[in-house]
Write a new protein. Structure first.
Length: 298
């Protein structure tokens, strides 16, 4: 089994990852951790795009469960000598890993690599495609906070067009019964998006998830002046005041403070779940590694 998209998972598997993720979340806060169920397995991380949260949380998740973790140094690999991605995948496969976690700038790469591998492949973000473990950790964070996901109004705002996080979150949250509202500048919305303006999206929302402008994926700069994006499309205190009374703020990170979100809102100890999302990332990735490697341990 591979995890290349939210569509890779059945409803039962999603439920298992969320409930086990919440269990691992509590487990990770304990001083003593002695569950080494991945003992003897090898996990390879291959990140062809930069990462702090996803890479480190996969490393910690696999280590915490007792696996041996190897992170490929892409910049120092034979990719730089012209080796193709397919040949790289065949090479990694020959080393008999038990799971491969891959991030790549081109959409669809994890599925192409999965076809060449004998072990589970986990998509850690593919271009503007998907980021399924981010959506799973976001859903687990919402469930932990609200006790449910069904019926929640979740506004996802910012650069929707280039966001693999938005794509995976929309699929997952709608499957779980949430109302998902998308909002952003017209040039940063996908053509098929049923989108609204940010003020309408935030009004009455239970959760507001802000997204970074992915300037590295823009053909042309937006041409916005400092502060202009925040004023027109970002989360300000004045805008957030129209959300539901107990609304929370989320962001997958990295944050561009003062661009898509006011820094003080990101740091709000009562309302911001941003560091909680990071903490949940380790827990949910433990649940994902456990699920995908289960038949290798029987
Ligand atoms: N949310 C996320 O994917 O962050 P990183 O790019 O730091 O992994």
């Amino acid at each position: 089994m591979h995890l290349t998209s939210i569509d890779s998972l059945s409803d039962d598997q999603i439920e298992r990852v969320l409930s086990e993720g919440l269990r691992w979340f509590d487990y990770n806060r304990q001083r003593r951790r002695n569950d080494h169920r991945l003992d003897g397995l090898t996990v390879i991380n291959a990140f062809f795009e930069n990462s702090t949260r996803t890479l480190l949380s996969f490393e910690i998740a696999a280590n915490r469960l007792g696996a041996q973790v190897v992170t490929m140094q892409v910049e120092h690999s034979s990719i730089k000598k012209g080796e193709t991605l397919d040949d790289t995948a065949r090479t990694l496969n020959a080393m008999r890993p038990d799971a491969l976690v891959i991030r790549h700038g081109t959409g669809g790469t994890p599925s192409e690599v999965a076809a060449l591998m004998d072990c589970p492949v986990i998509n850690a973000g593919d271009g503007t495609g998907e980021h399924p473990t981010q959506a799973l950790l976001d859903a687990a964070t919402l469930r932990r906070h609200f006790g449910r996901i069904e019926g929640l109004k979740v506004a996802i705002c910012g650069d929707i067009r280039h966001s693999r996080v938005a794509r995976s979150n929309r699929k997952l949250l709608e499957r779980l019964g949430a109302e998902v509202r998308l909002a952003g500048p017209p040039s940063l919305l996908p053509e098929d998006a049923d989108a609204t303006d940010i003020d309408s999206a935030v009004a009455g929302a239970d959760a507001v998830m802000m997204l970074r402008i992915q300037r590295e994926r823009l053909a042309d700069d937006l041409g916005d002046l400092p502060g202009e994006f925040l004023e027109n499309y970002g989360l300000t205190a004045a805008r957030f005041a129209s959300a539901a009374p107990q609304a929370v703020i989320m962001h997958p990170g990295p944050i561009n403070r003062g661009v898509e979100i006011e820094g003080a809102l990101a740091d709000d100890p009562e309302r911001s779940l941003i560091t909680r999302q990071v903490e949940m990332g380790v827990a949910v990735r433990m649940a994902v590694l456990d699920l995908l490697t289960a038949d290798r341990r029987d």
